[in-house]
Design a protein around this ligand. Structure first.
Ligand code: GLY
Ligand code: MN
Ligand code: MN
Length: 454
């Protein structure tokens, strides 16, 4: 099937306020491991994939701004490569395979660009050509990158379907992990269960280094050693993992008890996090401001932690003093697409807010229909972050240390789903179970099946 990437090119051009010239984007080239002739895994540069659908190394694309004509430039046939890799596609095959007007060899690129009134490219790439070429200004190139980012963050229907597919595979893999886990196992066994299901369903790559953190390890936001023994049946396991399918990512977190039954403390904190997520969902729709969604999560976390007896004091005062950020120290989520932390973070809107409660927000913008975002609230018991707040004279009064110690064994809880923003609200692409009753039922059934087999 030819991916309709021409739609993507047209969308970029709608956001690019220039009348003529040629946009040139370079695809990624093959790299080798140091001092060997063994290739590292190839992954196409994301914007190049967005514009062409080409997942092969060594290509360029040229897009004529005035006519919207798309020319794909393939690496010329190298006899040495043919011996090892076989014959590459002919130009005719390439043109039929991709949504472009013409396929040529890269040896023709300089001649094409010599005549262009300006050559725009993504600023990070710093392209240079053998022939004299009129390169666009830095400002023009920044405008191009912003146009690509704006286009990429509003997904076409076929892109949403691709993300739905990667979500389905990952959701199934999360279920496999919940079914497999028991105390005494190593985190690495959960990792292998997740990979097994992903690859079984055709997803050979993960969207990022996944996190399989048991007990205290769940409190490290991007823990990825994934090699500790799961000590107790009561330990919570935090799994943040998402397969990539056909270049579209997923990013899902589930947290569940190793033995299949939440302790009272774990259930309390888990319910706070689930409430945070539900409250965010209720505000999610086109026109909503991302940092306001984050504020909703902070407010619900504050209410929940006060109710649990861990925090003491007036809600607004706790929020104003950034006390809640000691338990929820990251942002509520980010764009998702060809990259897991997808485009359009701060490049086209808003400055970072330099305050503990908002510092790690990955973007600030008003949401639009077609944005795909993660909503990933969490509550963590990380001494490194909490201790200074307990010790500081201006914040110590807000924390009940006895109750804090009672909850520390919970480690950390995060719940992360991937959703599509619409004019009226949102819809959720993540199908992995997350209600306490659903998780407990699923894990009870899996362990009864295991018992029957033993
Ligand atoms: N998996 C990284 C994140 O949730 O942003
Ligand atoms: Mn994640
Ligand atoms: Mn995420």
């Amino acid at each position: 099937m030819v991916l309709p990437t021409r739609q993507n090119v047209q969308k970029v051009l709608q956001h690019f306020d220039r009348k003529d010239g040629v946009i040139v984007v370079k695809g990624k080239v093959l790299e080798e491991r140091d001092d060997t002739d063994v290739e590292v895994d190839f992954r196409q540069e994301s914007s190049f994939y967005y514009l062409t659908g080409v997942a092969e190394p060594g290509f360029y694309v040229a897009i004529d701004v005035a006519t919207q004509r798309i020319q794909l430039f393939a690496p010329p046939v190298n006899p040495d490569d043919v011996i090892w890799m076989g014959l590459p596609d002919s130009l005719e095959t390439l043109q039929a395979k991709y949504d472009v007007d013409e396929a040529l060899y890269t040896t023709d690129l300089d001649a094409r660009l010599k005549a262009a009134s300006a050559v725009y490219t993504i600023p990070q790439f710093k392209l240079s050509f053998d022939a004299p070429v009129k390169m666009a200004s830095e400002e023009d190139n920044k405008a191009l990158y912003a146009a690509i980012a704006e286009a990429r963050c509003v997904k076409a229907d076929w892109e949403i379907e691709a993300i739905r597919k990667s979500n389905k595979i990952s959701s199934d893999a999360h279920v496999k992990v919940m079914e497999a886990v028991k105390a005494g196992m190593n985190e690495s066994e959960l990792y292998s269960a997740f990979l097994n299901e992903s690859i079984r369903q055709g997803a050979f790559n993960q969207s990022y280094l996944p996190i399989f953190g048991a007990g205290k390890n769940a409190a490290t936001l991007h823990y990825n050693k994934n090699n500790a023994t799961i000590e107790n049946a009561t330990d919570l396991i935090l799994v943040d993992a998402g397969a990539e399918y056909n270049y579209y990512t997923s990013d899902i977190t589930r947290t569940f008890p190793a033995g299949g039954k939440f302790t009272d403390e774990a259930a309390t904190i888990y319910s706070v996090v689930l409430d945070m997520q539900k409250a965010c969902f209720a505000k999610l729709k086109a026109g909503a401001v991302w940092e306001d969604i984050h504020t909703v999560a902070l407010e619900v976390a504050c209410e929940g932690l006060v109710k649990a007896g861990i925090l003491i004091g007036d809600k607004q005062e706790l929020l104003d003093k950034d006390v809640v950020a000691a338990f929820f120290p990251h942002g509520i989520g980010h764009m998702l697409g060809i990259d897991v932390h997808d485009v359009a973070a701060y490049c086209t809107s808003g400055e970072r807010i330099n305050r503990p409660s908002y510092r790690y927000l990955r973007m600030r913008r008003t949401l639009a229909a077609g944005n795909v975002v993660t909503v990933e609230p969490g509550v963590y018991f990380c001494d490194f972050i909490i201790d200074p707040v307990v010790k500081a004279p201006e914040t110590s009064k807000y924390i009940n240390v006895e109750m804090l110690n009672k909850y520390k064994s919970v480690g950390g809880v995060r719940i992360e789903d991937n959703v599509v923003v619409t004019e009226e609200g949102y819809y959720n692409l993540t199908t992995a179970p997350k209600e306490i009753a659903e998780i407990e039922a699923l894990m009870a059934e899996a362990s009864s099946k295991k018992r029957k087999l033993e």
